[in-house]
Design a binder for this molecule. Structure first.
Ligand code: GLA
Length: 703
């Protein structure tokens, strides 16, 4: 194949791709407007002594057989043979924003189709599809997506976490060797959120070149960034296949999950904006803009498993009075579910609790002007359930082994057709019979030994989960779905294609939520992040926070309340009402504007903002996490506004004791001050002094 130099451009990003017998990305960065004929020769590499005698390209599909001593993109074999394929490009199709590259290895009997797209928000999507074209089974051990990084990408931001502590971030230098994370927990996981960011040293919210990556897959995965011995570096992401689980018959194929990636030349905020816009337009397909995100009341932390329909209706009445728009009955409503040891799988209404059925409750909720939602955990089963007693063979498990339980439960083998059909039938029954607008789809355990008929089925189980959701939403397209997995254990772009909201964490502690939500904000816009005001006394950490801190912390996301409103005092209820009203008033801005994180001079502060796309207004939240380090709190600079516009600055919300804890708070907190976008970016505003675990909300409006 003749060498072609192709260019794919987004809004500001350009990929320059060399296509010959292989495919190599020569450049990934800001658009280069002036390109002379043959300019790519400026990048032609020297060939040092002591290595192979020819230049070895860092291709889109690294192959050992081509001499690239890196983690190969494909590992597999045909009964021991065909284990070192080298693909030759056979055809390339180019659209303005996409390339589809066809290649094959005739000797190995394999074809590869590589899809590379760059959207209008500068987000790249990449995946490979491998097809077995020869007789006999081709066993695939690995199939990975690979993207190159420039040598100046020498620092990484990666994520770690656990239940009730999702989206924590850590930094490391990337000099020699590299970084690798492996998730083998069978769901997206709290521990290894499938994303990472590489950048130039000390990159921050507004400075540095950064390259962000997100693997859209809800199961086991591996992500790595390698620095090769010659200094070149690359990012690689793949679904992990368990032994023997991908065995392709002639004509069969396997595709990698989509890898999403973007470049920003000015730090993390711009990277997030690319992802946020991509999510809004191309993953959600503007599904959420059809209606404002309804404010939730979720019963879980209010009543747990203690369901009394009369009482639940009282909860609904109180919720409606406060301005709640969607009422969700969480776990505890179905047969035998009196605690977390029994009932999962028996998706029939518990008639001993709901003696008069569910209709009355739903009608009551609807009559109050609220939508109704219901909790399910479809993929799971307790051994103490009728379902297990009649179908013990439906477990996702291996004969002759006893796997550990998680929350006393097991997973159902979704490849078992009868089990799959049963789950679909049960979900469909509820959605067809009742006026249910929303389901919270939970998944509360990690997957150990995912066996189907004795074979490994980790990958297929995830695909079958997608299929079950897809089948349900095809029949009930108006029902919204929340993805929850013990809080934030299943949050990724592939789930979001078929859902509307994530439960970010089981941790409703406002202080902890500040960090969790910030971590989530790098890849997701606020409207998909479930954020609830919990009870004053947090159930998870036993900390106590007043309503100001809880209210403002929940304000920007898809807001809700999670407690028992019947038991709350009048004062607390007034507080909930206040923040519900504030949210409703700001919601159009919060869920459509540009969400940015602000840098602060003191780590005791965390600040973020949403700026209207027309740049005529913005809201800024400043949270005081711990004691201010110094007696003055320095200045807050606010980027992202229109530099020529004038904005009046006002304090929209603050803690009750705000003016009592100091002699004087900054002048702008009492008297109107007007400043330009340029001023706010460069000079900023003096920060007030705040008590730990409190927050303020600042409003900016074009003057
Ligand atoms: C998980 C969820 C919670 C709640 C419980 C119910 O822990 O994250 O929000 O739904 O299950 O059992």
């Amino acid at each position: 194949m003749n060498t072609k130099i192709l260019s794919v451009t987004g809004k500001e990003t350009e990929l320059i791709v060399k296509v010959c017998e292989y495919v190599e990305i020569l450049y990934w960065g800001c658009i280069i407007n002036t390109k002379s004929e043959g300019a790519e020769y400026s990048l032609s590499r020297p060939i040092p002594y002591g290595r192979l005698d020819t230049d070895i390209p860092m291709t889109l599909h690294p192959e050992l057989g081509r001499g690239l001593f890196s983690s190969p993109a494909l590992e597999g074999h045909r009964n021991g043979k065909g284990w070192a394929p080298v693909f030759q490009t056979t055809n390339v199709k180019q659209g303005r924003k996409e390339l589809t590259i066809y290649s094959e290895d005739k000797a190995a009997g394999l074809q590869l189709v590589t899809e590379l797209r760059l959207d209008e928000f500068d987000v790249i999507k990449l995946r490979h599809k491998l097809i077995n074209t020869a007789d006999g089974i081709y066993s695939v051990n690995r199939l990975a997506n690979t993207l190159p990084l420039p040598e100046r990408a020498n620092e990484l931001l990666t994520y770690y976490g656990r239940w009730v502590n999702e989206f924590q971030q850590t930094r490391m230098r990337l000099t020699q060797g590299g970084y690798q994370q492996e998730n083998r927990r069978g769901r997206t996981s709290h521990e290894h959120y499938p994303a990472l960011i590489a950048g130039t040293q000390y990159f921050n919210e507004t400075h540095g070149d950064v390259w962000g990556f997100h693997l859209a897959w809800s199961g086991n995965h591996r992500m790595r960034v390698d620095v090769k011995a010659d200094g070149r570096r690359f990012m690689q992401a793949e679904a992990i296949y368990l032994p023997g689980e991908v065995a392709l018959e002639k004509g069969d194929s396997i595709a990698t999950p989509w890898l999403y990636a973007t470049h920003s030349e000015c730090g993390l905020n711009k990277m997030s904006q690319h992802f946020h816009q991509h999510v809004r337009s191309n993953i959600l397909n503007n599904r959420l803009t059809k209606k404002a995100r309804p404010i939730h009341l979720n019963t879980w932390e209010g009543i747990y498993f203690d369901h009394n329909p009369e009482y639940i209706m009282d909860m609904a009445t109180e919720s409606a009075k406060m301005g709640v728009e969607r009422f969700i009955i969480d776990d505890g409503w179905f047969k035998g579910r009196c605690g977390d040891k029994a009932g999962l799988g028996d998706w029939y209404l518990d008639k001993s609790k709901y003696t008069k059925g569910l209709e009355g409750v739903i009608e009551h909720v609807n009559a109050l002007g609220m939508e109704f939602g219901l909790w399910f955990e479809p993929e799971m089963i307790n051994k103490d359930s009728d379902l297990y007693r009649s179908h013990p063979d439906w477990l996702l498990a291996m004969d002759n082994y006893e796997q550990p339980t998680g929350r006393n439960q097991y997973a159902i083998d979704l490849q078992n057709e009868d089990a799959f059909n049963y789950l679909f039938e049960r979900l469909d029954y509820f959605l067809s019979k009742y006026n249910i607008s929303y389901i919270k789809w939970d998944m509360n355990r990690e997957i150990v030994q995912p066996g189907h008929d004795g074979y490994a089925a980790g990958h297929k189980q995830v695909e079958m989960y997608y299929r079950l959701v897809d089948k349900l939403t095809a029949k009930h397209p108006d029902v919204e779905i929340e993805s929850c997995a013990a809080g934030g254990g299943r949050i990724d772009f592939e789930v979001l294609k078929r859902t509307h909201r994530f439960w970010a964490s089981d941790n409703n502690d406002a202080l902890e939520r500040q960090q969790i939500q910030r971590g989530m904000s790098y890849f997701f816009p606020p409207e998909v992040m479930g954020s609830h005001i919990g009870a004053k006394h947090c159930h998870c950490t036993r900390r106590t926070h007043d309503i100001n801190f809880r209210g403002l912390t929940a304000l920007f996301g898809h807001m809700g309340i999670e407690l028992d409103p019947v038991k709350e005092s009048e004062t607390e209820k007034q507080g909930f009402m206040k923040y519900i009203q504030l949210h409703k008033q700001l919601r159009p801005l919060l869920h459509s504007g540009d969400a940015i994180r602000l840098s602060t001079d003191d780590d005791a502060h965390l600040a973020h903002a949403v700026i209207a796309t027309a740049q005529d207004k913005a809201v800024v939240l400043v949270a005081q996490l711990s004691m201010p380090t110094n007696s003055l709190s320095s200045t807050l600079r606010i980027p992202g506004l229109n530099k020529d516009k004038l904005y009046s600055i006002s304090l929209l919300d603050y803690p009750e004791n705000f003016h009592d804890i100091v002699n004087l708070q900054p002048l702008w907190t009492k008297e109107p001050v007007v400043a330009s976008g340029e001023w706010l970016k460069k000079a900023g505003i003096a920060m007030p002094i705040l008590d730990p675990e409190s927050a303020i909300l600042i409003g900016l409006k074009e003057a």
